[in-house]
Design a protein around this ligand. Structure first.
Ligand code: TTP
Length: 241
């Protein structure tokens, strides 16, 4: 297992973004081998079981009634992860309040799952959070996929709550991720490293490894008495936006 320490107390925070089924959890699992990386997986288990209530399921089955409550709870759980302290030099976090806001809430408004009044309340929350909390973000990793690929994956993994999600929903979410992370139509809190996440599990490790230099960049490697800093990634490696 690789071992790293750092002189810098503030964690270098990397947000992992991408469509439903793009492999965010798998990506985080790849970094388990680096013991000084704090991994913050998405609180989806909480969304599926809040004191016995499955909010994710309610949101998909009855969005008129539950989409607003669900997004409220997503925001709260995301904020908790954003502000969670760690002694580790690198914090790798699955999703963020940014994708909740710029992708999911936008999609819910445009498809009528939430009404303008609900949308504005959520916007007030996001603005309040931005104003009163330091949302650390030093890099965004975008696991870029095609909507066709993630649609097949979603059907294959068969999460029961998502059985009613049509292809068009993923296509629209894809376009929103592209508008935000590639075209910059919404606020990007850091540079975006784009990885090809269409690759299947057997071939994606190389793509994940391509991001290691960028993600572990601030970490000082202690190798016996010699201390060296990981080199900056080359332009080819970076594929930055
Ligand atoms: P994702 O956050 O995309 O997580 P995932 O488990 O699909 O990720 P991956 O396969 O890449 O590891 O979505 C989890 C579920 O929550 C999905 O059904 C979409 C839903 N969701 C919302 O409805 N609103 C939100 O703001 C977020 C973040 C997720």
């Amino acid at each position: 297992m690789a071992s790293f320490t750092t002189n810098n107390k503030a964690p270098y925070t990397v947000l992992v973004e991408g469509n439903i089924g793009s492999g965010k959890t798998t990506f985080l699992n790849h970094f388990k081998q680096f013991q000084d990386v704090c991994l913050m997986t998405e609180p989806v288990d909480n969304w599926r079981n809040l004191n016995g209530v499955n909010l994710l399921d309610l949101m998909y089955k009855n969005p008129d009634m539950w989409a607003m409550t669900f997004q409220n709870y997503v925001t709260l759980t995301m904020l908790k992860n954003h502000i969670k302290q760690t002694e580790n030099p690198v914090k790798l976090m699955e999703r963020s309040i940014f994708s909740a806001r710029y992708c999911f809430v936008e999609k819910m408004l445009s498809s009528g799952m939430i009404q303008p009044g609900m949308y504005h309340v959520l916007q007030e929350w996001y603005n309040f959070i931005y104003d009163h909390h330091k949302i650390q973000c030093d890099l965004i990793v975008y696991l870029r996929t095609s909507p066709e690929v993630v649609y097949e994956r979603m059907k294959e993994r068969a999460r029961s709550e998502e059985s009613c999600v049509p292809y068009q929903y993923l296509k629209d979410l894809h376009d929103l991720h592209e508008n935000w992370l590639i075209h910059g139509h919404y606020y990007r809190p850091a540079q975006v490293l784009v990885l090809d996440a269409n690759l299947d599990l057997d071939n994606i490790i190389g793509e994940y490894q391509r991001s290691e230099t960028s993600i572990l960049r601030p970490i000082v490697i202690e190798n016996t008495n010699q201390v060296s800093i990981l080199a900056s990634p080359s332009k080819r490696e970076r594929n930055m936006y």
